[in-house]
Design a protein around this ligand. Structure first.
Ligand SMILES: [Zn+2]
Length: 153
């Protein structure tokens, strides 16, 4: 039996899950997939400028594991930028400590508790068509929503 990999702490779901080079149709593009835990490694080490040791603590993993993670994340990001590939963020072994909700009407994104209340409305436009970003990523449904849509995805 395969031992399940320890889940890495990720503070928030990423705001944007897909990046593409301008002017190239999606069908002609190849892409790299950055896992959610790799995204968090970049955020902590390269954006927040934490030392690897401190970043590893935040993610609840060892320093060597963090080093492997950040190296892989940087390699993929470099490949996308140099070779002109899209970047997709999905998958990985992680648990979100906090959540983000996206309004499907006005695009507003805000921080929230892990499980959003069903009677929640957008603080910007009062719309109630909301996307639970953390839940979507945790379940690995690219472009999915909370509504059940059969087994098409
Ligand atoms: Zn809204």
């Amino acid at each position: 039996m395969v031992k399940p990999r320890k889940k890495r702490n990720v503070l928030y779901p990423p705001r944007i899950l897909y990046f593409k080079p301008q002017g190239i149709p999606v069908k002609n593009l190849s892409s790299v997939t950055l896992t959610v835990d790799e995204y968090e490694a970049i955020r902590l080490a390269d954006h927040k400028k934490l030392k690897q040791e401190d970043a590893a603590k935040k993610m609840n993993i060892s320093r060597p594991t963090f080093t492997r993670l950040i190296n892989s994340a940087r390699k993929k990001t470099a490949e996308a930028i140099i070779d002109g590939k899209a970047i997709k963020i999905e998958g990985g072994s992680f648990i979100f400590l906090k959540n983000r909700i996206r309004c499907l009407r006005c695009g507003n994104v805000w921080d929230a508790k892990i499980a959003p209340a069903s009677n929640l409305t957008c603080p910007n436009c009062y719309g109630n068509k909301l996307e639970d970003v953390g839940n979507k990523l945790s379940r690995g449904i690219p472009g999915g929503s909370r509504r059940r849509r059969g087994r098409n995805w």
